[in-house]
Ligand binder design. Structure first.
Ligand code: ADP
Ligand code: ZN
Length: 213
């Protein structure tokens, strides 16, 4: 099963993708997480990406597409994968289609997480992430058991640089300008399913699992 999660930043793509990957046993590919991991390691890719991420702009298409192409050719993606944060532009979507077509493959499903601005803003400003394993928390909706410490691995929780107020607004603008068009792109291919992402996390997850299973 090859699935794409669409939706604005803060809709819950990362959180839900992690749960689905666990439940269904398919590989979770988060381009944002890949960039943050590269940055932590100090690789040229990470440093390049940081220039864009800090201001909420998109990393150039060819950089992202190259990275994803490599990733989906790994053995753990043979049975399928769940893309979170990719594609984010029409060009990225077209390149993804080309890459899959070359291998005689295609996407199976695109889940569009529909979420209003108020929810998005509160989720992003309250989000905390584990520096060590990338697990996602929220100070109110989904706190860790011990404040500031990851339940999964004991790592330190921090607020992403791009989860500060002014960057958040730009990310939402970028979403509207560049990414939202993908809804129509995939609707026309008859792959798109809407899921209400304003609901409680478990409810949204259930609706997503019905589509995937
Ligand atoms: P969110 O979905 O919460 O906005 P992500 O962790 O998916 O956050 O992405 C963080 C940042 O990484 C983006 O704002 C962007 O700069 C960069 N990025 C991630 N995925 C892509 C992509 N597919 N294309 C371009 N830039 C990306
Ligand atoms: Zn952790």
């Amino acid at each position: 099963m090859r699935v794409i999660l669409l939706g604005p930043p803060g809709a819950g793509k990362g959180t839900q993708a992690a749960s689905i990957a666990k439940e269904v046993g398919i590989s979770h590919i988060s381009t944002g997480e890949m960039f943050r991991a590269s940055l932590k390691e100090g690789t040229p890719l990470g440093l390049e990406a940081k220039k864009y991420m800090d201001s909420g702009e998109l990393v150039p298409d060819d950089v992202v597409v190259g990275m994803v192409r490599e990733r989906i050719q790994q053995p753990d993606c043979k049975e399928g994968f769940l893309l979170d944060g990719f594609p984010r532009t029409i060009i990225q979507a077209q390149k993804l289609d080309e890459t899959l077509e070359n291998d005689g493959l295609n996407m199976d499903l695109v889940i569009n997480l529909v979420c209003n601005d108020k929810t998005v803003l509160s989720r992003l400003t309250g989000r905390r992430v584990c520096r060590n394993c990338g697990a996602i928390y929220h100070v109110e909706n989904m706190p860790s058991k011990q404040s500031g410490i990851c339940d999964e691995c004991g790592g330190e929780l921090y607020q992403r640089d791009d989860d500060k107020a002014d960057t958040i607004l730009n990310r939402l603008k970028v979403y509207r300008n560049s990414t939202e068009a993908l809804i129509d792109y995939y609707r026309q291919k008859d792959l798109l399913k809407d899921v209400d992402a304003n609901a409680q996390r478990e409810e949204t997850l259930k609706a997503m699992l019905v589509l995937i299973k």
